[in-house]
Ligand binder design. Structure first.
Ligand code: ADP
Ligand code: MG
Length: 142
């Protein structure tokens, strides 16, 4: 049986401001993901803190929320047969671009461990929660 898995991707403000969003969308499509929802948003600091609430209390939390609300980002709902969540994380590359593999989005576009170009959900439950943070059910293409 074919099962489609969904995940949430964000092209972060650093990548949008350097005009890399189109290239990153091309990489997503070339790697077999369907884009079933997309919106460009300039998050408030409160909205960024809400999205990253799991990291509240970590030393980088406030800086991360400031960065994520510093300019527009592009939020994407992705779907892929079988394994969208790990497949998108593999294509993103390691959180710290110093450790990111050749051919990954972060190797190519990330500037630092904070300004690292993209976000991806890390598990099925977080993907569901993150998708619902940005998209209502009717906004996702069938
Ligand atoms: P990922 O985005 O790879 O899932 P995490 O969930 O650990 O990584 O962290 C969320 C985001 O917080 C990272 O993508 C990055 O922007 C930022 N971040 C993580 N660790 C650090 C750090 N040590 N210093 C600064 N920013 C960080
Ligand atoms: Mg994470």
């Amino acid at each position: 049986m074919r099962t489609l898995q969904r995940t949430l991707a964000i092209i972060k403000p650093d990548a949008v401001s350097k005009r890399a969003a189109g290239h990153i969308v091309s990489m997503i499509l070339e790697n077999g993901f369907n884009i079933i929802g997309v919106k460009m948003l300039h998050l408030t600091k409160e909205q960024a803190e809400g999205f990253y609430a799991v990291h509240a209390g970590k030393p980088f939390f406030h800086s991360l929320a400031n960065f994520m609300s510093s300019g527009p980002c592009v939020v994407l709902a992705l779907e892929k047969e079988g394994d969208a969540i790990p497949a998108w994380r593999k294509l993103m590359g390691a959180t710290n671009p110093a450790n990111a593999e050749e051919g990954t989005v972060r190797k190519r576009f990330a500037e630092s461990i904070e300004r690292n170009a993209v976000h991806g959900s890390d598990a099925e439950d977080t993907a569901r929660w993150e998708l619902s943070y940005f998209f209502a059910g009717y906004e996702l293409a069938k």
